[in-house]
Design a protein around this ligand. Sequence first.
Ligand code: GUN
Ligand code: FE
Length: 454
Amino acid sequence: MNTIKKAFKGSAFHTKEYGKLEFLEDVLIKVDSNGIISEIVNKDNKNYEEELIYAKNNYEFVELSDGEYFLPGFVDLHVHAPQWPQAGMALDEPLNVWLDECTFPLEAKYSDINFAREVYTDLVTQYLARGTTTAMYFATIHNEASLELAKICAKLGQRGLVGKVVMDDPVMNPDFYRDKSTSEALDNTEKFILDVKKVAENCIQGVYPVITPRFVPSCTDEALLGLGKLAKKYNTYVQSHCSEGQWEHDFVKERFGKRDTEVLEKFGLLGKKSVMAHCNFLNEEDGEIFAKTGTAVGHCPISNSYFANAVLPVKRLKSQGVDIGLGTDISGGFSPSLYENIRHAVMVSRMLEDGVDAKKCSCERGVSNSRISVIEAFYLATTGGGESLQLPLGKIEKGYICDLQVIDTKAKNNILSDFGVFPKKEHLLQKIIYLATVENIKEVYVQGNLVHKK
Ligand code: GUN
Ligand code: FE
């Protein structure tokens, strides 16, 4: 058994079940030397006072002040790390034009390791400051720079899942930015997997290699097949984009006579450790394939509003048993904050339900029974992300990894006050989710260790 090393005392919010908020009042969270929660001592436990005194005297002890709360660290399932310099710009073109004209020239710059180091260090720092303790990253085609991202996550204390991107089709990708051949793409992926596993040996919070075909249109059949085989050989994570927008969905249908989901399954790229970004065009059958294979959806609501031509049917996919988490999708999404993506996930689900064209009769304007609550969206950013990655993340519970954000609702100049009018704790959480800024995130812990302090 691991010894207890640390204890956190304060009130916390989390969602153990989808849509059910739990408030833990003044609990003592005991954490072992591996950063795993070993016990939660409730206020009504008869040994509570004794336990508190013991913890203060014997463990590293973190005690929240009045107005401070713990939230679980956020899990971001979809980030394009190299696109950080263009976050917030160039969002007016359709996806395929945006990739060719803006994104590929930017990503090509990561052949320069010094540039990569500078950008990636800032990105991981900014994500941690926004409470994102776990992130699944697309890097670029370059092994050295992609490995650098894994090293930076390890060093700065973020749990990083990192993929060297594969895009080997000479017809679909520009000469200045693609894998030089299919065999080189596969060899470099295998080397990358082994190199990240080495970095992981000295990293308590974990860094993981991810097999990363950019999306079906950018890869040859041979690459997709080879990557599926590597996923099996190393039992690694897999990530890609799936049925993101109309263009991608139609392109794949045209090339294979099948839907994206069917193609990815055929090549061995769906499974319990697979996360597919976007997925807006999944039909019922695709949802069943996702549920059956254990493949998760990385829902990127802000990005989808620009590039997807549709709104993800979260409610339908959840009811089919699909794991779903949230993604910022920098820079298709402009914001590095999962808070903003939680808010947007709620708003677009309302638009899906109600419809958007007032000229149409309300009876045929939207897709009924589509809205999700802010608590459900909070679940997606925490527990849903953990489920998607098959990691014990998102709950403040025995056996779970101790990843926490400390929210200071009394931070200077903040707008969270309810002026003492609303006593319900759920309302407080709603205010935090909708109105908190980076100023309210006082501290962030990953695997029990402090990784960010405001
Ligand atoms: N599909 C293929 N590449 C990308 C990308 O970089 N961003 C988004 N949003 N979709 C993609
Ligand atoms: Fe993306």
